[in-house]
Design a protein around this ligand. Structure first.
Ligand code: AMP
Ligand code: GLY
Length: 422
């Protein structure tokens, strides 16, 4: 019988709570800080995800048996190292291993050293050299800040001028601070994008069902980049043989490389891939579950997630079965008007009780106001999610039901999973 704690407060953490609460092993579930959705299935604790000492104290005082980390920031600051030093079981990579996400230079060098397929690129730590190299390239070209930049550190520049501007913003104006001490300038690849994540205990690697997310704010991939406006799983174009190819050529070699480098990688390894003409290549690694991909992945997981997580902590993943349903799953994000720019919060969310019972509504930026009404409290507000026997059915269920939910200025994309033809 376990007391579990989930760290984070977005849609990813709500779906993690939803799945973990289904485990017969879990008797008490806490989410820090959580949202109005997690409060319906767990107890929220008012502690920030980056308050590592505060979280460690609570986990210790409350005898938490298992902590699961959602976002990257606490991983990059070393929450796993701290909890482990205190003997508190926790799921995720150490600070050193999380560098695979928190430093794009680290992950690029790792991929280059071990021959893991990725776009051709060069690393620079001075503006002058970067600028000189850039002048010799032809657009389109991709400029990436090294460190965590809240998803804004990558520019796919269509013109040389746009590339110069991005480079200057990062290295001269220093819009991302020290996250821009180094940059990568890399070739621009063209192809379909897919996220393939894997469970790993540092040795065994088990791929997770693939998913696609939509980063742009508006229909037809228009508008600014966001944290993600929707997702679906599985993509019809990414079949079992591609999953095997990426597992064999990318995920396993990466986990092996991390071990060889003395930074054993345990947790979820997320590969953001481009299916280039000469095969899948890694655009980025993340050290955690994706958001909103997790909202469409975990509803398809038949196995008990807690069993998988415990087997990873105990280095026994090879003994564990990970089974997926054949269902399709679609999730559409309802966002506040203005997101990813400025937006207002505090609007009452109407109609949550009007959707069909089989629709899953995963909350992100929500809270209860003083009258106990659920209201908006962030840019991404809800992920409205449905399963179906195929993608068309899942998509239809989501779009039929999402219209029943309303808050002032809400917006959502109308084209999630529409290009999927299965
Ligand atoms: P990343 O944060 O590295 O995944 O980059 C964000 C987005 O930028 C990706 O999802 C891609 O759409 C795009 N991107 C990154 N690197 C490249 C590349 N080398 N070629 C083309 N597009 C890229
Ligand atoms: N959906 C992309 C991410 O979680 O980084």
């Amino acid at each position: 019988m376990l007391k579990a704690l989930i760290i984070g407060g977005g849609g990813r953490e709500h779906v993690l709570a939803w799945k973990i609460a289904q485990s017969p092993k879990v008797t008490q579930l806490y989410v820090a800080p959580g949202n109005a959705g997690t409060a319906q299935i767990a107890q929220n604790l008012d502690i920030r995800p980056t308050d590592i000492e505060g979280l460690a104290k609570v986990a210790n005082d409350m005898n938490i048996d298992l902590t699961v980390v959602g976002p990257e920031a606490p991983l990059a600051t070393g929450i796993v190292d701290r909890f482990s030093a205190l003997g508190l079981p926790i799921f995720g990579p150490t600070r050193a291993a999380a560098k695979i996400e928190s430093s794009k230079v680290f992950s690029k060098q790792l991929m280059q050293k071990y021959g893991i397929p990725c776009p051709r690129g060069e690393i620079f730590s001075t503006y002058g050299q970067a600028r000189e190299y850039l002048e010799a390239q032809s657009p389109p070209i991709v400029i990436k800040a090294d460190g965590l930049a809240a998803g804004k550190g990558v520019t796919v520049a269509i013109s040389k001028e746009e590339a110069r501007q991005a480079l200057s913003d990062i290295m001269e104006t220093r819009v991302f601070g020290s996250a821009g001490d180094s940059v990568i300038i890399e070739e621009c690849l063209i192809g379909k994008e897919v996220s393939l994540l894997a469970f790993t205990d540092g040795k065994t690697v088990i791929p997770i069902a693939p998913a696609c997310d939509y980063k742009r704010a508006f229909n037809s991939d228009q508008g600014p980049n966001t944290g993600g406006m929707g997702s679906y799983s599985p993509p019809g174009f990414f079949d079992a043989s591609l999953t095997k190819q990426v597992t064999d050529n990318i995920l396993e070699p990466t986990v092996e490389a991390m071990a060889k480098e003395g930074t054993l990688y345990k947790g979820v390894l997320y590969a953001g891939l481009m299916l280039a003409t000469d095969g899948p290549k890694v655009l980025e690694f993340n050290a955690r579950f994706g958001d909103p991909e997790t909202q469409v992945i975990l509803p398809r997981l038949k196995s008990d997630l807690v069993d998988i997580i415990l087997s990873i902590i105990d280095n026994k993943l090879h003994e564990t079965a990970v089974e997926w349903s054949n269902d399709a799953c679609v999730g559409v994000v309802m966002a506040s008007g203005g997101y990813p720019g400025n937006y207002k919060t505090g609007f009452a969310i109407q109609g949550l009780d009007k959707v069909h019972p089989e629709i899953m509504i995963f909350h992100a930026g929500t809270k209860r106001d003083e009258n106990s009404q659920i209201c908006t409290d962030g840019g991404r507000v809800l992920t409205v999610t449905a399963r179906g026997k195929n993608m068309a059915e899942a998509r239809m269920k989501v779009y039929e039901n999402i219209q029943r939910i309303y808050f002032e200025d809400c917006h959502y994309r109308k084209d999630i999973a529409f290009r999927e033809v299965n």
